[in-house]
Design a protein around this ligand. Structure first.
Ligand SMILES: [Zn+2]
Length: 290
């Protein structure tokens, strides 16, 4: 006896309208992840160093590293930035298929929302660490602090890095540094490039902020404060002639007609300021608990 057919027949008998056409209401729009306008304001390719270009928006950094044997992208910004990034890559004389590697700072929507599309269009390999790969694969769902509020198209990682590992593509050579805190998979990248004819150590360091996070007794991230402190100490010691951050103003940069670091911020200053802010936040959390 075919039970499935029988139960379908019962369903149709009980609900005669089950298969009939009806005037269903149109489905609602999805609630978008709303962000400041500067994060969505595209900029033309802006030169940072000889081979390092900002190609994202005024408020969000997406770096293209041009190499002799292909290019590397670090961070892709918001989901709606994909087409703009492809356009800027072309404007720099790089064919989308010459983009070989995609790296990133953290696995939040404002920095990797566009990566699934960029990977599909360019065929570039996504290089990340294990913690970020998990969050990426589920499109930001089940985030420790944000639940399912900040989602993006899921991204499959092609290569998993370990702390301190080097990523090499032709003449481009970068080192990854794990700096957990803002996310458990947060990363910094360091590499050399030329600024005004001189070799400079560039550091692209993830956010060190804890926006709305519970720091004390966080059941999902019990070691969050210790992780932050270890990361602050690491960031202070990075080779860092030039600091860049996923959110431009955090390192004093302004991306408009040109890229200019209006206020020089060293890696040491960046880490110390973040630590002072975290201490304040901890104090406030203790005060409300008491
Ligand atoms: Zn974030």
């Amino acid at each position: 006896m075919n039970i499935r057919i029988k139960s379908a027949a019962i369903l149709m008998a009980v609900y005669p309208s089950f298969l009939a056409a009806e005037n269903f209401a149109v489905l609602p729009q999805l609630e978008t992840y709303k962000v400041p306008e500067s994060w969505r304001q595209p900029v033309a390719p802006l030169k940072i160093a000889d081979n390092t270009w900002q190609i994202g928006t005024q408020g969000i950094t997406s770096l293209l590293l041009k190499g002799k044997e292909g290019s590397i992208l670090i961070d892709g910004g918001m989901e709606q930035t994909a087409e703009h990034l492809l356009e800027n890559i072309r404007r720099l004389g790089v064919a989308p298929t010459d983009l070989k590697l995609i790296l990133h700072s953290q696995a939040h929507a404002d920095h990797i929302g566009s990566l699934a599309k960029l990977k599909r269009v360019t065929g570039a390999q996504v290089v990340t660490n294990a913690e970020s790969a998990v969050l990426m694969a589920r499109g930001g769902a089940n985030d420790i602090h944000f639940d399912d509020e900040i989602l993006y198209p899921p991204i499959k990682a092609d290569r998993i890095l370990h702390d301190g590992e080097q990523v090499v593509l032709g003449d481009l050579r970068l080192r990854v540094h794990f700096i957990p805190g803002h996310t458990p998979g947060s990363m910094a990248w360091t590499w050399e490039d030329k600024v005004d004819g001189k070799t400079a150590d560039i550091a692209y360091v993830d956010s060190l902020t804890a926006p709305g996070y519970q720091l004390i007794d966080n059941r999902r991230y019990p070691n969050i404060v210790e992780d932050f402190r270890t990361s602050f100490a690491r960031v202070q010691d990075f080779p860092c002639d030039l600091l860049l951050t996923p959110h431009a103003p955090a390192s004093g940069w302004e991306f408009k007609n040109i890229a200019i670091q209006k206020k020089t911020v060293s890696c040491r200053q960046y880490a110390q300021k973040a630590e002072a802010k975290l201490n304040k936040k901890l104090e406030a959390e203790r005060d409300t608990a008491n």
